[in-house]
Structures are given as structure tokens and as C-alpha cells.
Design a protein around this ligand. Sequence first.
Ligand code: SAM
Length: 283
Amino acid sequence: MEVSGLDSDGRQFKNAGEMWREQIGEEGEGEQQQHKKTRWYREGISYWEGVEASVDGVLGGFGTVNEADINGSEALLQTLLSDRFPNAGKNQHLVALDCGSGIGRITKNLLIRYFNEVDLLEPVSHFLDAARESLAPENHVVSDMHKAVNFFCVPLQEFTPDTGKYDVIWVQWCIGHLTDDDFVSFFKRAKVGLKPGGLFVLKENIARTGFVLDKQDRSITRSDLYFKELFSRCGLHVYKSKDQKGLPEELFAVKMYALTTEMPKRIHKTRSKAQANRPCIIK
Ligand SMILES: C[S@@+](CC[C@H](N)C(=O)[O-])C[C@H]1O[C@@H](n2cnc3c(N)ncnc32)[C@H](O)[C@@H]1O
């Protein structure tokens, strides 16, 4: 990413390479790079370890955006399900993975209503414990046919899903913790976890240009262009994208991307052969 970016103190970086070299070191630095990278991830996790396990906590004090967020996601999910899984709710058994799930806010308010099984992945154990508790059958029953099944306490950069398990892998408000290389290798590994026709939904804050490094929680907010460069490195295609509406103005813009491993089919409005061969009258 050649465009300049900022950190949360307003310091400018010429490009993402300069920022990453400073944050996680350079290839060839061997052990020193590994050490810096380990520190980057450790500081990200310890930030969240100090946050209360509540909707307000996982939404950075903006618990009031929960409703708009879930409604925006639900509208996209309904379109995706009717496009890609027309038998959902009839005889198709749907399975989702909620990545960086926090306390299970998205699973509880959205995914569990549409998917028969949802697995949650979250590296911060007190968040995952809260999710396990609030999604336990005695506390939260949608129906016997819809349940949270596995609770994986691992970070995305260390996770590989079982082959062909998921219809949708939902990644919201957590990918900023991953370095570019780990972003790409996560999605490349996770592709194998999709069923045929399955897709990723990535929902994220969007920087106006370049990137913004948050020094407090060790995450970066990328621009739309930055994301698109990474999608292309992952071999992923944007099947649909949508802006989240109704968020307070002081927050970053938020975008949802539905990503597929196969190239979306383009509908070409070509003229029929008969029409194409018909001589035109030149006036
Ligand atoms: C802003 S919260 C969002 C939680 C949840 N996705 C939601 O929208 O309610 C960010 C989450 O990312 C998790 N996280 C931090 N580093 C991570 C990593 N390396 N891999 C996966 N999740 C991570 C945090 O523990 C936290 O639960």
C-alpha cells in the first residue's frame, strides 16, 4: 500500500511498509522480527483483556450502535442467503463461524437465527466465557435446530478451520489486529474451511485513505483500496459490498464485503446475434 497513513497521535507514515517495519520489524531480522510481532499481538490481546465483557465493552463504549449494526448485517445476510442458499430454512443445514466474536454479540443477535450451527472464535478468554454462558441452551434458545457449538479460544493468525465446514465465515471488527501477511495467510487457510458456494463476510471500519494505526489496541484501520489490494493477494473476489448506515458521525465509516473464492458471474447485456447482424441505417 503506497498511500501514506497516520497513527492515533497524528504522526504520518510515508506508506504502510514504513509503519509495518516500525511495528513488527522486517523480514531478515530473524528473531528480532519474531519478537516484535509477538509483542504486537500480545499488546492487542492485553488491551481487550482489560475491557469489560459487555456489548458496550466490545463496541468501544458505543453499545448504542448495536441495533443499527445488526439491522445492516441482517439486510445483507438475507440477500446473500436468498442468492446463494435458496434452500436455507427448508432442508439445508447451514453452519457459520463468528471470528473475533467477543462476547458473542453477533451470533446471539443475528447468526444463530439463520444458521443451524455457529462456532465462535475469540482469543480473549473472559469474552469467550461470557459468550458460552449467554448462548448456553438454558439461557438462549432459538430452537433445537439452532445452536452455538464450538468455542475456539485462539487468535485468527493461528487458526485453520476444518475442511469444507462453513457456509459463511463472518469476520467483524477484528481483522485490524492482523498484519497484512497474516491477513492474507488467514484468508488463504480459511478458504479451505468454506463449503462449495460458501463465502466470507468481512465487516470493518474504513479509513478515508491509506490507514490509521491505533497505538492503544495495536490495530490498523485500512481504506477500501487497501482492503481491495489484500483481497486480491488472498485470491478473493468482492461478490457484494454495502455501506453500513446510521452510525454516529464521529465514528469511522463501516463497510461490509461479501467475498467469494470464485469470480462473480458478470451479466453482459449483449445484443442477440440476429440483432447484431442486422444492417443499421446510417442517417
Ligand atoms: C471490537 S471487538 C468486536 C467483537 C465482535 N466481533 C463484535 O462485533 O461484537 C474486537 C474483538 O477482536 C478480538 N481480537 C483481538 N485480536 C484478535 C486476533 N488476533 N484474532 C481474533 N480476534 C482478535 C478482541 O478480543 C475482541 O473480541
